[in-house]
Design a binder for this molecule. Structure first.
Ligand SMILES: Cc1cc2nc3c(=O)[nH]c(=O)nc-3n(C[C@H](O)[C@H](O)[C@H](O)COP(=O)(O)OP(=O)(O)OC[C@H]3O[C@@H](n4cnc5c(N)ncnc54)[C@H](O)[C@@H]3O)c2cc1C
Length: 403
């Protein structure tokens, strides 16, 4: 296996084959840089996670030939809305206003698993053997001239060396922990649940968009439509134990509150997850770079985690390719500054505001937020600005402009 050759020192080691690690690997491979991607799991993770790809992210993925593949596997949502469930009062945003700025003026609703599978296939075609599954990285180290990792590959311990290392190993990153970096922030008090069902809600509820945030009597929920599935999300009561929260009885009863009398609903997944807001102190330590969830976590409200991570991967590989080809490695400090800024100044603040707004219980505050959104929609210039912000277009440009 070419990728595992222990004497192949001239390469970039990537820990983690999630969306971020694989996009980074594919970009480096396309620039003829040898890579090895080590992934602890034996197969791509199938649990439902990201489903929203924002317009600038699909534009970037187009460069790799991935954009159109994902569009074919997903469902473009040109509109998204906030809605008072009981009264039907709503604010509907139309992403068509971004058509002059993007080739994809919609939120692409597509499971992140599709990106992982497609990018993995492309990497395999580009550099056979570069993606190694069942490879659990246990330790990272570095010197002035290179990096090394200890990895357990299918039960066999080995040590691999390289010139640079990208830690794209997600929320519990071993790379980040080994570097001893602080990962300050908070875990939100309530958990959330994501339910996948093929039930055709669109045939029975008028006015659904591809992406919907509902304020209902006593609770809030979201409904996202991917190619063949509805993803319904909400926070179970804080005092409900996890087992009850994901039980069929509880899930059926929740969905029945959305569409009384229509059940039983076919439930494909019901997954409970904690929501965090955390940011690593630095995204570069010498020859080791952090990207994606390994560096920053935010509430999924608004769909920024994977998108921001893919933006990290593009920014980082732009610079790493130049460094590989002879430019000064201080360029990588610029990566760290730019993407740390994007996470702290934009992504974390906006996702936190989204998280709190969607969970607002006070009717007066909900009405005020709805009115504010309706006023934005009524003013074309304001709607354009709002949608550029909420689809991370401005965040990407602001970060890239940092010197
Ligand atoms: C319910 C839910 C909905 C979400 N919705 C959205 C959304 O709509 N839009 C959005 O942008 N984001 C969303 N997110 C966030 C998004 O899923 C993450 O931000 C994204 O997965 C981060 O990608 P990553 O590649 O950085 O990390 P991960 O996807 O976590 O990948 C890390 C990989 O590293 C591997 N790994 C870990 N440790 C090791 C090790 N020691 N050795 C080798 N491999 C290792 C893991 O097995 C994993 O495959 C959502 C999250 C959740 C939970």
């Amino acid at each position: 296996m070419a990728g595992l050759n222990p004497s192949a020192h001239e390469r970039v080691i990537i820990v983690g084959a999630g969306p971020v690690g694989l996009v980074a690997a594919l970009r480096l491979a396309r620039a003829n840089i040898p890579v090895i991607v080590l992934e602890a799991a034996d197969l791509p993770h199938a649990e439902p996670r990201a489903s929203t790809f924002h317009p600038p992210t699909v534009d970037l993925l187009d460069e790799l030939g991935l954009g159109e593949r994902l569009v074919a596997l997903g469902r473009p949502a040109r509109t998204w809305q906030y809605c008072m469930f009981e009264t039907g009062d709503r604010a509907v945003f139309d992403l068509s206003v971004l058509a002059k700025d993007t080739n994809h003026p919609y939120r692409l609703q597509c499971e992140q698993l599709n990106l992982v599978i497609e990018a993995g296939k492309m990497l395999e075609a580009e550099q056979p053997g570069a993606l190694v599954h069942k490879a659990d990285v246990t330790k990272v180290s570095q010197s002035e001239t290179g990096v090394a990792i200890d990895v357990d590959i299918d039960g066999e311990k080995t040590r691999l060396e390289g010139l640079w290392l990208i830690g794209a190993d997600g929320a519990s990153s071993v790379v980040r922990k080994d570097l001893g970096l602080a990962f300050d922030g908070e875990t939100y008090p309530t958990t959330s649940i994501s339910i996948g069902t093929p039930f055709p809600f669109e045939k029975q509820i008028d006015g659904l968009c591809g992406v919907n945030y509902f304020w209902a009597d006593g609770w809030s929920f979201s409904m996202f439509q991917t190619k063949n599935m509805w993803r319904v999300g909400y926070s179970p009561p804080i005092d409900m134990d996890d087992e009850t929260a994901v039980s069929d009885q509880e899930v059926q009863s929740r969905l029945s509150r959305i569409l009384p009398g229509a059940g039983p609903f076919e439930i494909v997944t019901a997954r409970l997850y904690s929501v965090h807001r955390r940011l690593v102190e630095r995204m570069r330590v010498g020859r080791i770079l952090l990207a994606g969830d390994a560096a920053h976590l935010n509430s999924p409200s608004g769909g920024f985690g994977m998108n921001g991570g893919v933006h990290d991967a593009f920014n980082l590989t732009d610079k790493l390719i130049r460094v590989w080809n002879g430019e000064d490695n201080s360029l990588l400090d610029l990566y760290a500054r730019q993407r740390h800024f994007a996470a702290s100044a934009d992504i974390q603040k906006t996702s936190d505001a989204n998280h709190k707004r969607h969970r607002e219980k006070d009717t007066g505050k909900r009405m005020a937020a709805l009115k504010e959104m309706q006023d934005i929609i009524a003013d074309e210039a304001k709607a354009y600005k709002f949608l550029r912000e909420s689809s991370l277009m401005d965040s990407l440009e602001r970060a890239n402009a940092i010197a």
